[in-house]
Structures are given as structure tokens and as C-alpha cells.
Design a protein around this ligand. Structure first.
Ligand code: IPE
Ligand code: IPE
Ligand code: MG
Length: 246
């Protein structure tokens, strides 16, 4: 597959860790551990394919509703995973960014996030976005709040609020929106992921559970992507004509 036909930005809901563990009569935490390994692999495989941006949904705004023990295990996994992986990510020229509401994360994790973001900020091979305590509704809400503050300060007129203006305040506004959205585990929903930014993403759902999502599975998703016609509101005929011209 040539890089020109591949997505620039892939966004993934890594779902199914719990069911993967259950099938093996293991605790949910074992599923999450296996999920971290699958995440490592997908980062490596996207880098290999020269994908520019990879977003991974690690913990949603709603995942706080899970049992306290599972939540603290997950937070611990994020911290140890970061500590373990940061050097390899940095050596591979990967830039790390976290999106989400940091106010509810514990101080150690917050500090680590700041450190790795600072360390890797000049890296250019790939941007790895990790969504923790992230929700699409939260993102739109924080963007709206920023615009409201500008209006209150007299710097912006409400009449000048456009979709572009709002989009400029969203998380990762400087990066392209996802071209390909992948969700594992057979669930066919977006679960409050990047609600705004997914407006024109191609959606790919697979029954494979996240810990089993390997290189072959990634290639299957990419294969589907390359065979879709992205129309962005145009008609199919218009796209064929413009392809003939260029
Ligand atoms: C996804 O796997 C990981 C997180 C939400 C943190 P799940 O834990 O949701 O796995 P299932 O859906 O219960 O199988
Ligand atoms: C979505 O998965 C969030 C992450 C993968 C981090 P969930 O498993 O929490 O989603 P729902 O609750 O089934 O919609
Ligand atoms: Mg789930």
C-alpha cells in the first residue's frame, strides 16, 4: 500500500480487554495488561507504515463509573506504561500528546504526562495522542467555554463564531482530523470519542477484541479504508472528474 492512499490520522477505540480476560478465566486487569501490549504493537506498526497521527482512546470521561479498584489499576498501568515506554518512543522520534480533562488525574500521573510531552515535543516521525479522561462532549464544551471567555472579554463577537472558529479551540486543533476510525470488540458505537473531529472519518468496526488486534488486523482495517470512496458531500461523478483532471 502506498503511503499516499493511507490515512494520515487513525483514531482507535481499544475495546474488549475485559471480555478477552473473561474468555480466559482471568481478571479484567490481565485483559488491560494485554491491551497495553496491543497498544505498543499498534504504535510500532503505524510508525512502520508512516502514519502521521495515531490516537488511542485509553480512558473515557465515563470510565470513572467503573469499580474503584479497576480505575486505580488502569491509572497505575498508564503510569508504569509511560515510564517504561517513554524512552523507546522518544528514540523513535514519536511525539506524545495527552488529551482530556487532567483535573481528575492524580498528581503523579499528571506530572509524568507533562514530562513526556515536554521531552517529546520536537519529535516529528509520528504524533501519538492518548485520550485519558477524554470525552467528545467535554472537548466541545471546553472549546465553547474558551470562546465564551473571549466574548466576555470583548475580544470576539458572537456573530463571528463559525465551525472553524470552534474547531480551532478543540484538542489537537493543529493536527488533521481522523481519516480512519477503528473500534474493536464488535461494539458499533462511538462512546463519546472525538464527536466533532470524526465528522468525516471512515468508520471501521471489527469483532476482534483489542488484545488480539495485531499487525494483520491493522492491515485489514487499512485495506478497507483504501477501498472506500471519501466523498465529503460531493457526488461520486464529481470526484471521478476531478481525479481525471489532476
Ligand atoms: C477497553 O476494554 C479498555 C477501557 C475501557 C479502559 P474494556 O474494559 O471496555 O473491555 P470490555 O468492553 O469490558 O470487554
Ligand atoms: C470506550 O470503551 C472507552 C475506551 C475504550 C477507553 P467502553 O468499553 O468504556 O465503552 P462502552 O461503555 O461500552 O460504550
Ligand atoms: Mg468496553
Amino acid at each position: 500500500m502506498s503511503t499516499s492512499t493511507l490515512p494520515q490520522h487513525i483514531a482507535i477505540i481499544m475495546d474488549g480487554n475485559g471480555r478477552w480476560a473473561k474468555q480466559r478465566f482471568m481478571p479484567r486487569l490481565a485483559g488491560h495488561r494485554a491491551g497495553v501490549e496491543a497498544a505498543r504493537q499498534v504504535v510500532k506498526n503505524c510508525l512502520k507504515r508512516k502514519i502521521k497521527v495515531l490516537s488511542l482512546f485509553a480512558f473515557s470521561s465515563e470510565n470513572w463509573r467503573r469499580p474503584a479498584q479497576e480505575v486505580s489499576h488502569l491509572m497505575e498501568l498508564f503510569l508504569t506504561g509511560l515510564e517504561r515506554e517513554v524512552n523507546v518512543l522518544h528514540e523513535n522520534n514519536i511525539q506524545l500528546r495527552f488529551i482530556g480533562d487532567r483535573t481528575r488525574l492524580n498528581a503523579r500521573l499528571c506530572q509524568k504526562i507533562q514530562d513526556v510531552e515536554k521531552l517529546t515535543q520536537q519529535n516529528t516521525a509520528m504524533v501519538l495522542i492518548i485520550a485519558v479522561d477524554y470525552g467528545g462532549q467535554w472537548d466541545i464544551c471546553q472549546a465553547t467555554r474558551q470562546l465564551a471567555q473571549e466574548v466576555e472579554a470583548g475580544q470576539l463577537k458572537s456573530a463571528d463564531i463559525t465551525p472553524e472558529k470552534l474547531a480551532s479551540k478543540l484538542s489537537f486543533a493543529d493536527l488533521p482530523n481522523p481519516d480512519l476510525f477503528i473500534r474493536t470488540s464488535g461494539e458499533v458505537r462511538i462512546s463519546n470519542f472525538m464527536l466533532w473531529q470524526l465528522a468525516y472519518a471512515e468508520l471501521y468496526f471489527t469483532p476482534t477484541l483489542w488484545p488480539d488486534f495485531d499487525e494483520k488486523e491493522l492491515d485489514k482495517a487499512l485495506f478497507h479504508y483504501t477501498h472506500r470512496e471519501r466523498r465529503f458531500g460531493y457526488s461520486s461523478e464529481q470526484l471521478i472528474c476531478s481525479n481525471n483532471v489532476s
